[in-house]
Each structure stands twice: as C-alpha cells, then as structure tokens.
Write a protein that binds this ligand. Structure first.
Ligand SMILES: [Cu+2]
Length: 158
C-alpha cells in the first residue's frame, strides 16, 4: 500500500499540471499575451517568442524594475536570455548559447515550471530596459497587494 501511494503521489502532479501558453511579441508588439498568468505549483508556462529580440526575465515589483537583471530576480526567478529571430530566413539564435537552430521556422519556446505560489513579476530586458518601460511586462500569480496594474506603473516609471 505504501508503495502504491508513493507511486500515486509521484504521478498525480504530472496528470493535474496545466500547460499555460503565453505569446511574446505578438504582431511585433512589445507584449506578453496574456500579461497576467494564474498558475498552480507544477503547472508549466510555455512562452513562445513570435518576433525578434526579446527575453523573458523576472524582475523587481518596484524600484529598479527595468531592465530586469541578467539571471532574473529570485528566489525561483528565471531568465530566458535574449532571443534573436530573423523571420525572413527562418532562423533563431539564443544569445547566451549562440546556437543557430530550427531551420524549419518553428518559434523558440521557453518553459518555466511553477515551483511556488508567490507572485513573480517579469519583463523583457532588451534595449537597456526600453521594452520593459514600454510595458513589455507580465505577472505570474499577482494578488491584491502586488497587482499587475501597480507593477506595470512601476515599470513605466523606472
Ligand atoms: Cu522585448
């Protein structure tokens, strides 16, 4: 019985985990769509980069919001690194690895598995924070104290 319970406990999170999709730079905009994400521990958020030169990077809620720092703001923060996409010849380069891949034209994905229930705030770090200050921001599990609306205002003012 103990073995079966252990097995069930190991399997359940993967069965119950949701896959949440977010598009980055849709229609060449400086946007994450949706900008507010509600996710449970174990859920996987897949960010798909649709236009050139963006990153998915956690940052501070207030104060120095833009640009988000290399490596992101933690705990449990993250940083996709900058994605450079040349749509005309269907290639992509990940700036931190300088890898050239996916000549099939598929879009780069960055996946983050949610490991806690606290709010995380993020933005694109391109253009020394220019995209971030223009509103290219997102929130995972914002709450009534740490709202996305306030975070966005903090980003624009930073
Ligand atoms: Cu950007």
């Amino acid at each position: 019985m103990l073995l079966k319970l252990t097995t069930l406990t190991a399997i359940l999170p993967s069965i119950l985990a949701a896959n949440i999709t977010v598009t980055v730079g849709q229609n060449n905009g400086l946007t994450f769509t949706p900008a507010q994400i509600t996710a449970a521990i174990g859920d996987v958020i897949t960010f798909t980069v649709l236009s050139r030169d963006h990153s998915i990077t956690t940052t501070n809620f207030a104060g120095t919001v833009c640009p988000p720092p290399d490596g992101g703001v933690g705990p449990n923060g993250f940083d996709s690194g900058l994605w450079v996409i040349c749509l005309s010849i269907n290639y992509r380069i990940h700036m931190s690895t300088h890898s050239l891949s996916d000549l099939d034209g598929s879009q780069p994905n960055f996946r983050y598995t949610v490991v806690d229930a606290v709010p995380h705030f993020g933005a694109c770090k391109q253009a020394a924070g220019g995209h971030c200050r223009a509103g290219m921001t997102f929130a995972i599990n914002p709450n009534s104290t740490f709202t996305y609306t306030q975070f966005l205002a903090n980003a624009r003012a930073s």
